[in-house]
Design a protein around this ligand. Sequence first.
Ligand code: MTE
Ligand code: MO
Length: 354
Amino acid sequence: MSPRLIDWSLALACALAFVTGIVSLVSGHPEEWLIFAAHGAAGLWLALLLWGKLRRVLPRLARPRLWDRRTVLGALAVVIVALALGTGIVWVVGGTLYFLDWGLLNWHILLGFALTVLIASHMLARAKPLRRRDVSGRRQMLRGGLLLGGAMVLWPAQQVIERVVDAPGSHRRFTGSREAESYAGNAFPATSWVADAPRPISPTDWRLRIDSAVAVPRTFSYDEMTAAGDELVATLDCTGGFCSAQRWGGMRVGRLLDGVALMPGAAWVSFLSVTGYRWSLPLEEARAALLATHVSGEPLSHDHGAPLRLVAPDRRGFQWVKWVVRVEVRTLPDPGELIAIHSSSLTPEGRGER
Ligand SMILES: Nc1nc2c(c(=O)[nH]1)N[C@H]1C(S)=C(S)[C@@H](COP(=O)(O)O)O[C@H]1N2
Ligand SMILES: [Mo]
């Protein structure tokens, strides 16, 4: 393959890995498995292409006298690609590694962002346009096609081999997450999206308020929430890489909404934490979700969001708002929630100061 074709294929593979990686963070429904498969295949494609690229640039990299600023950028990109691929591969084969308190998947996500920025700037500094002869010639097209086809065959092959040899990584969920402490009450890991760490909330003083697009705002006490006695089996699946199936207990959001009169146009339901963290669901999906006070028979612990947390089946863990104090019925979606989940740990409540 011509150097230019390799470079443009690398950029395309990286773009594909980046886009599927971002989409995978908000994918939790089993029907969305293809996103995760495409992400895996994009990574394998990147790995195959990288090998071709390295064969070309290694001689130059080995002689520092030939380096210029762009070489340094390129070398850095190679190191980051290797780390991004490496963290993904080690995760898939079942490895565990913590560095500076962060697990493999969190590093993988960070490296993916860094890589995309680097490749984009490397392409701006160094990329040359594709010429007709870069994309013609049977041998060259065959090789390019083989690499792409190879990646698409390697992905399922790797899944099968892993299962046959029962590799430690083969028990992943389709999202890549590893099962932890299912149906064992509060024993599963607790985590925050950024660093939310509010003070414990006393259930006796606590009230849930439901307002906005409702005729008359209303509050619910902890006892009213538990008295509903609704149950839902659902799997919490954190993008950090663990998942846990539980029998959640509390009140169905549908039951909660039936307790107020919705205004015409009500279409979204937003769940707000005492820290300012919030996430919303379309009305119909929200009705089927649960506001949980209990997990597999135990009252929720503080770390898991007591007195009340959202259980949103087939949504990723970061959408399962903890320490819920308010439900806002909305007529429009809430783009601000994307900022709120990143800034909530800066509020006095999020830092546990109030
Ligand atoms: N208020 C609030 N809710 C939150 C978070 C947070 O940081 N603040 N983290 C989310 C993330 S990223 C996950 S994976 C789950 C984790 O729930 P757990 O701690 O019970 O395992 O809670 C979600 N709910
Ligand atoms: Mo998470």
